[in-house]
Design a protein around this ligand. Structure first.
Ligand code: 2PG
Ligand code: MG
Length: 436
């Protein structure tokens, strides 16, 4: 029985307001905090903001807070639905109560906070960890497979102030043997990268972007990758650490062209064909294993064409927005072979799980993701474990809201091993961890 639901306006990692929800059952009170993106897809569920310019620059979420307390709480409590056994019904009720396609009525931030807090309360009511609750919700099989962490150590795009158009350049310790070792390797490369960056650009270049990665004065993707080659080699990890890129290209796609200097007053416009050639040359010269949003959310033809030519993991973020409708469309068009899973893109845990299961049914991979505006809530660490997606990205191994997820994953690994549960590490199998 849900006794009460309370919400409050709190801050995210960028200092903007976000929604916090507390769900109280007999066992106690269970909390969730909602993340928020900057490079958002046009088809994402709608985040309700107050739009009062004089308060928090228009970014307040008091309306969403009120929707939780005044609209959602009375109906959900009155429904008699139980956390633990009724998560799917709770999420369906939230969706119906909103009544719109994109959750613009109650706000995906209000709805997601309730959905997450109910899942947490549900796990507690069954006396099981959240990852086990989510595993049961999704129907994933055991054994547990710990994910490869993809650390975004160089920040560009709309996440930093440098000239780099590409948003994220990541390192992935696929050659580790556990999440704990993977975090150590990621952290060592990150610390070494700082030295490489400072040596090359001076101490001021050690400043970091929204996701905790460095943002040195570079503008070309090969410059970012060269820094990573150097730092991983210095650490002796050249064979065990691979790279990944999320250009977040919807941000710089205008009139059919990709402007690689969109953060400057000049432009460097590339046709989709030219951008494809750039990717091919990067893939040839660097150990890149994953490419996310290489093309814009409405440039479907380029996705399909590129997907024919390459066999690295091609992840749809803005393209799919964790929504079964677009996952289906992308499969029909053979546009990509992996779905990025961001819970706030769709707004309920059940719908996010459905999108992941649909992706699996197409033999795709699923890559779990944080948002650039994060909180200390570590929910996604349990999702990646429960759904056995084999990999996640949660930014650099730096800043509290980023490391909260990596720390939680190490806790889960320790806990599973202590219980004598089989607990594998996805390693080079990260794309097919759900089938191991
Ligand atoms: C992305 C994300 C997370 P944002 O594009 O994948 O890294 O950024 O949350 O700003 O959409
Ligand atoms: Mg992305």
């Amino acid at each position: 029985m849900i006794r009460s639901i309370q919400a409050a306006q709190r801050l995210d990692s960028r200092g903007n307001p976000t929604v916090q929800v507390d769900v109280t059952i007999d066992r106690g009170t269970f909390r969730a905090l909602v993340p928020s993106g900057a490079s958002t897809g046009a088809n994402e569920a709608v985040e309700l903001r107050d739009e009062k310019p004089s308060v928090y620059g228009g970014k307040g979420v008091e309306t969403a807070v009120q929707k939780v307390e005044q609209v959602i709480a009375p109906v959900l409590i009155e429904s008699g639905l139980r956390v633990g056994t009724d998560q799917k019904k709770i999420d369906a009720l939230l969706k119906d109560l909103d009544g719109t396609k994109n959750k613009s009525n109650l706000g995906a931030n209000a709805i997601l906070g309730v959905s997450m807090a109910c899942a947490r309360a549900g796990a507690a009511s069954l006396d099981i960890p959240l990852y086990e609750f989510l595993r049961r919700e999704s129907g994933a099989q055991k054994p547990y497979v710990m994910p490869v962490p993809f650390f975004n150590v160089l920040n560009g795009g709309v996440h930093s102030g440098n000239k780099m158009a590409f948003q994220e350049t990541m390192i992935a310790p696929v050659g580790a043997t556990s999440i704990t070792e993977a975090v150590r390797m990621g952290s060592e490369v990150y610390q070494q990268l700082k030295k490489v960056v400072v040596k090359k650009f001076g101490p001021a270049a050690a400043g970091i972007g929204d996701e905790g990665g460095f943002a040195p004065p570079i503008s070309q993707p090969h410059e970012a990758l060269d820094l990573l080659v150097q730092a991983t080699a210095d650490c002796g990890y050249s064979d065990r650490v691979k790279f990944a890129i999320d250009p977040a290209s919807s941000e710089f796609f205008r009139n059919g062209k990709y402007n690689l200097r969109f953060k400057e007053s000049t432009s460097d416009n590339r046709t989709p064909k030219q951008l494809m050639e750039l990717y091919h040359s990067l893939l040839q010269n660097y150990p890149i294993i994953l490419l996310e949003d290489p093309f814009a959310e409405n440039d479907w033809n380029s996705w399909t064409e590129f997907n024919k030519e390459c066999n690295l993991e091609l992840v749809g973020d803005d393209l799919l927005v964790t929504n079964t409708k677009y996952v289906q469309e992308a499969n029909d068009k053979k546009a990509c072979d992996s779905m990025l899973l961001k819970i706030n893109q769709i707004g309920t845990i059940t719908e996010a799980i459905s999108a992941a299961n649909l992706a699996y049914s197409f033999n795709w991979s699923v890559f779990v993701s944080h948002r650039s505006g994060e909180t200390t809530d570590d929910f996604i660490a349990d999702i990646v474990t429960g759904l056995r997606t084999g990999h996640l990205k949660s930014g650099a191994p730096c800043r509290g809201e980023r490391v909260a997820k990596y720390n939680r994953l190490m806790d889960i690994e320790t806990e599973l091993k202590a219980k004598g549960e089989t607990c594998l590490y996805a390693g080079t199998q990260f794309r097919v961890a759900h089938k191991i």
